[in-house]
Every structure is written in C-alpha cells, then in structure tokens.
Design a protein around this ligand. Structure first.
Ligand code: SF4
Length: 283
C-alpha cells in the first residue's frame, strides 16, 4: 500500500512562530498564561502545558505575570484590558491576521462599513470584528448578504481559512450594493495551497486521512474539501482513532494535515497504517 503525504501537511509559518514564542517565553519566565488554546490542537496544547504554558479562558483568571496572545489575535478591547491589568504581553498574532486587523481599522476610520467573510464564533474573526467598532456584518456564505444594507462604501475582508470561490461569489454580489468596494484577499496562501493540494490528493487515492484537531477550522475545511472529492475520507486527531477496516483493498492512501498539526502526530499515523499492513500480511 502506498501512502501519499501532502507536501503542505503540518505546521504553517504562523503556528510555528506562535509555538516557538510560547515555549521560549515559558523557558525564560517559568510560567506563562495563554488566552484560550494557543493553537487548535489538543495534543500540542497538552505538551505546552507540561512546559509551563497554562491556558486560561479570560483575563479575569490571570492576576499577574505574562500572557501570550495566540496566532488568531484578539480585539483591541482585550489588548487594552491586558495592559490595564499590568500584564506583560507576548503577542503571537500571525502577521497575516494582523494585516487584516490593520485593514479593518484603517477602513473603519475612513468611514467604510465592514463585511467579514468567515465564522463569527471563531477567535480570529472576533479579533478582526473588534477593529470595526460595531459597523460590521459577518457572513459565511452569499445567503448572509440578505442582512447587508446598501452602503456608499464597503470594505470586505475574509477569515484566513476561507475559499477563494466563496469570496469571489460574495464580492460579486456586494458590488451591486455599494458605490465603492475595497477588498483585502486575506485568505492565507499557506491555507489555499494546502486546500488545493489536498483536493488533488483526494482524487488520486482510495482513502484519505485528514489529521488535526476537531476544533481546528482549517482542518475541518480540509476534511470537507476531501470528502467532496473522495467519500472515503476520515478526519482524525491521532493515530489511536484509526480503524483497519478503512484500508481494506486500498492501494493508495492519501494523508494530509491542518496548519496546527505537528509532524510527530502525522508520523505516528503513518507508522500505525504501516503496522496494520504488516499485521494483515502476517494473517
Ligand atoms: S494558517 Fe496562515 S494565517 Fe493562519 S496562522 Fe498559519 S500562516 Fe497565519
């Protein structure tokens, strides 16, 4: 059985940067806090915990010390609150997310209404929303445009994990509702590349494994894309979830992983699939 691994599987630049910042800060200061999970991968979060990075749900739970702001970024209100509390801030916001925040801040100051294409519950979107001072609508599909009033000027920005097809469809319709439209194509190129590669991979194999956190937006999106091309797609977080029956008769297995999936988890999955193969040969 051949295992085809997507070249782009594993940590992206922004996640690597955030994880390194967290490990290095914990090493220097002994104990640090992180607002929410630093990345959407429970296995990595557990490793960080053992190194001294403690996850907290809100700033109220942190009395003093250092707080790491994760790669998804935070709203200006949260940043301001952390400063007022006298906490030392280590900002691990991905530079691509920071670019979206700056775009929205500038356009809001210039009087634009902001449209965000993404999931309003996702922390990245909430951080960007905070820059728009209430003049904002978040939608995840063209249907959501029903809630958009005609406006002179509209600024459009996307969550980094969105697809270009969705953005294009939405922008085409926004043009009919405004005199002036400014768009930041903030889809992360690492994400776009990963989606393209995974889609191609899914078409070439008998079975696809998508490895990554169930709470990871970009991993879920990958699973959705692969599922559309190949119904034998399985989203797993770790090797222990693999089921030997998935590989019966399979000649080629495709493997991809989200931006927050570490290589060691992917290696464990490959090893387990190989073990199934050996056991089958012995039987
Ligand atoms: S997926 Fe892209 S935007 Fe998100 S953290 Fe990674 S590099 Fe940054």
């Amino acid at each position: 059985m051949q295992i085809l691994l997507a070249k782009s599987a594993g940590f992206c630049f922004g996640v690597k940067r955030a994880i390194n910042l967290a490990f290095n800060t914990a090493k220097k200061r002994g104990k640090v806090f992180c607002l929410g999970p630093i990345i959407h991968n429970p296995q990595v979060v557990e490793k960080l915990k053992l190194s001294g990075v403690q996850e907290k749900e809100s700033l109220e739970e942190i009395e003093e010390g250092t707080v790491i702001l994760r790669s998804h970024g935070v709203s200006p209100e949260v940043m301001e609150k952390a400063r007022r509390q006298g906490l030392k801030i280590v900002d691990a916001t991905c530079p691509f997310v920071m670019r979206s925040q700056k775009f929205v801040r500038r356009l809001t100051e210039e009087g634009y209404f902001i449209l965000i294409v993404g999931d309003r519950k996702h922390p990245e979107v909430q951080g960007i929303m905070g820059q728009a001072k209430g003049k904002v609508l978040v939608i995840d599909s063209p249907e959501g445009l029903k809630g958009l009033k005609r406006s002179e000027r509209i600024g459009v920005v996307t969550q980094t994990t969105q697809t270009l097809a969705n953005l294009k469809e939405i922008v085409a319709q926004v043009l009919e509702r405004a005199l002036e439209v400014r768009v930041l194509n903030s889809i992360c190129s690492a994400t776009a590349q990963r989606q393209l590669e995974s889609r191609e991979l899914a078409g070439k194999v008998d079975c696809v494994l998508v490895v990554g956190g169930y709470n990871s937006s970009n991993t879920n999106k990958l699973a959705e894309i692969c599922q559309k091309v190949n119904p034998h797609t399985y989203h797993i977080e770790e090797a222990g979830e693999l089921n030997p029956s998935w590989f019966k008769g399979a000649k080629r297995v495709g493997l991809t992983g989200g931006a927050s999936t570490p290589n060691w988890l992917i290696d464990q999955v490959i090893k387990k699939v190989r073990d199934f193969e050996k056991n089958r040969a012995k039987a």
